[in-house]
Every structure is written in C-alpha cells, then in structure tokens.
Ligand binder design. Structure first.
Ligand SMILES: [Zn+2]
Length: 77
C-alpha cells in the first residue's frame, strides 16, 4: 500500500466507511476521505507533501489521527 500524500510505502489501517487510513514512515498516521481521493485521481492532482506534513504535525496537537477532506487538502499547484 502506498502513502496517499508522498506515494512512499505505508501501512493501511482499518477505519470508518468512506475513509482511508494510512501509517506512513514519513507522513505519520492520517485519514483521508475516499471522496477526496477520487477527485484528486480524476483531476490528476497531487499533494504538496511538505505543506501537508506540516499541517499534519500541527493538527496532531489536537487529534491523534488527523482527517484530511476537501477543505484540508493542500495541493501542489
Ligand atoms: Zn507519506
């Protein structure tokens, strides 16, 4: 399984319906909505890896496993 943010090797973790959870050695543990993943694939968009990791680091101060949906996605433009 690959990381949805950096495409590196990541472990897939069972989680809630409609969400994908990954544990990546470099990005850490996070959830991503399947709806966001679909849109990104359809539109051929990729994440701004560095900025997403920074967002994850900050958000982990509030919740153990940050959830990334459309409003949280930081894309590489
Ligand atoms: Zn990663």
């Amino acid at each position: 399984m690959s990381c949805l943010i950096c495409a590196g090797q990541a472990e897939s973790v069972e989680c809630t319906l409609g969400w994908e959870e990954r544990r990546c050695a470099r990005c850490g543990c996070y959830r991503m909505s399947q709806s966001l993943i679909l849109v990104m694939m359809e539109e051929g968009q990729i994440f701004d890896t560095e900025r997403m990791r920074a967002w994850l680091a900050v958000t982990r101060g509030q919740v153990p496993v940050p959830a990334i949906d459309h409003d949280q996605a930081i894309l590489l433009l």
